[in-house]
Design a protein around this ligand. Sequence first.
Ligand SMILES: NC(=O)c1ccc[n+]([C@@H]2O[C@H](COP(=O)([O-])OP(=O)(O)OC[C@H]3O[C@@H](n4cnc5c(N)ncnc54)[C@H](O)[C@@H]3O)[C@@H](O)[C@H]2O)c1
Ligand SMILES: [Zn+2]
Length: 359
Amino acid sequence: MEHLNIQLSGHVTDYDIKIEAGLLDQLGQEIQAVYQGKRIFILTDENVDRYYGESVTNQLAAANFQVRKMVVPAGESSKHIDNLDGIYAEMIDFKLSRGDLLIALGGGVIGDLAGYVAASYLRGIPFVQIPTTLLAQVDSSVGGKVAVDLTQGKNLVGAFYHPKKVIIDPNVLNTLTDRAFSDGMAEVIKYGAIFDRELFEFIKTNASREQMMAHIDQIIYRSCELKAIVVREDELDTGQRMLLNFGHTLGHAIEAYYQYELYTHGQGVAIGMVTITQLAEDKGVTPRGTAAEIAQLCEQFNLPTAINKPADYVEILKLLSTDKKNLNGQLNIILLETLGNAVVYPTTTEFFNTLLEEA
Ligand SMILES: NC(=O)c1ccc[n+]([C@@H]2O[C@H](COP(=O)([O-])OP(=O)(O)OC[C@H]3O[C@@H](n4cnc5c(N)ncnc54)[C@H](O)[C@@H]3O)[C@@H](O)[C@H]2O)c1
Ligand SMILES: [Zn+2]
């Protein structure tokens, strides 16, 4: 079993991330270790509920917890702020009080939504993350960022709020679609590219999802560890943590331009990492051949490395300047000094202008 402990300086926050195949089958005792109360409210989505809802509920009931499960539709639309009222209402109806527990059972959408609900309901109640997508297991469940979406944009309302525990069972990844699995791999490739050349090389040696799954607990562990290290040093996201945005500035703009329908988050990030690295090579910041190496690894997991219609960059670059992270014309992008080594590179949106020449 892999075990990580997150400690944040100047904080009461200190929690464990447990990673083990089959952990979901011992859920009762895992929860008892961090929660002595009675009531548990589970928030999950329809897909996850279909596979794991009953077993999770039964195990918690067997451990003498009183459980209420709420199932929301799968997909980003469940993260819209308009849904909060209905969720709080159900919690009130269940008489969930200050010391009672909320469990987030699902991917990043459920983790962000339930995390925000936990941070705000009665000014904050304890919660446990049970991430069920690869993206949630290696990224969104670690770091304490929780959020909901506004009509004007994603993640515009949120908080920094940490769970009591993160319970990761890699077995649940077996029911993921290939697309969702690849999405998570984009973030793993990102960790390798920005922090850990060895991880990058190791991913190369696993040519398929099946091969990757044989080592997935190590991959999840290393990813969580790398994220935990930066979060520990920069909990509120003002410095080091920015490095995690490699590929994301452009990726977010691409996702948003196509209304989150054409490209998933991981696909946007894959295109973003390859494209920005190519631009950085042209400007002499990143050594030649780096973009091609990242592209090859993305292709290994069926991730796209360029947008289909370069002409769309005219509009996509306009979106870049309205991103909440690029206020006052300044833009901090993340580039690779070498593979495995990222730096913050202060620039403006003009950095991307050569993309328009191809458009
Ligand atoms: N808080 C953070 O730091 C952070 C970081 C990255 C992304 N995010 C957020 O995460 C969200 C994306 O997360 P995601 O990619 O996990 O999407 P998701 O939660 O929508 O899950 C993807 C799909 O997989 C299904 N699913 C989940 N687990 C499954 C399983 N074990 N078996 C079968 N199907 C399963 C879901 O129902 C959904 O249809 C976005 O809203 C993004 O903003 C947050
Ligand atoms: Zn991401």
